[in-house]
Design a protein around this ligand. Sequence first.
Ligand SMILES: Cc1cc2nc3c(=O)[nH]c(=O)nc-3n(C[C@H](O)[C@H](O)[C@H](O)COP(=O)(O)O)c2cc1C
Length: 211
Amino acid sequence: MPRRILVYLAHPVLERSRVNRTMIDAVRDLPGVTVRDLYEDYPTLAIDVAREQADLLAHDVIVFQHPFYWYSTPALLKEWQDLVLEYGWAYGEGGKALAGKLTFNCVSTGGPQAAYQPEGYNRFTIRQLLAPWDQTAHLCGMKFLAPFVVHASLRFTSREEIAPHAANYRRVLEALRDDRFDTERAAYEERMTDALDGLISPIVRNQGLVS
Ligand SMILES: Cc1cc2nc3c(=O)[nH]c(=O)nc-3n(C[C@H](O)[C@H](O)[C@H](O)COP(=O)(O)O)c2cc1C
């Protein structure tokens, strides 16, 4: 069975977005992919925990797509984590609901790639800055994959310039869905965007992985 993918989009002003809007538009129509716009669904932050948990249970791959805000996510995603990932459900005694699922962040940044290095002005890599997401996934028994990153968002002057990144994002989701993606390797890469050709295979890797 193909993997079922849930993309949580978290952008507080999508109508002013360039990168995230183009990226999400590139995957919306993909069979097997569900897109949820968290700021559209919860403009007052009143998160429906039961709905979220049901959606999580119904999918095998959970993607968090968001712009990088203060080296982290927009605030609603933090609220979502705080409310949805309950003790006894996501972690702790009896908390196995998410175990075995795959997860990664799809991140756009204002800063260039060179800034997100130990010697760069942001001092840390994106993957290092996402350590709370990595550890949250680990605590919940999920496999955390390297982030998909689009850097230097201000350099784009048109949707056409973002299109190759959006096409790669679509390739990643298709390959994950169809079991043509090397999740073992993606778990230790710094950014999956650096290694796409090695991660995506034209043939099915392990048929019947999802039962
Ligand atoms: C409140 C706020 C905080 C931001 N913090 C960061 C940051 O920590 N690092 C960074 O590289 N860019 C930062 N940016 C720039 C955004 O990441 C960038 O505008 C966004 O990724 C562009 O995507 P979009 O076209 O979908 O809006 C910030 C922007 C805002 C509005």
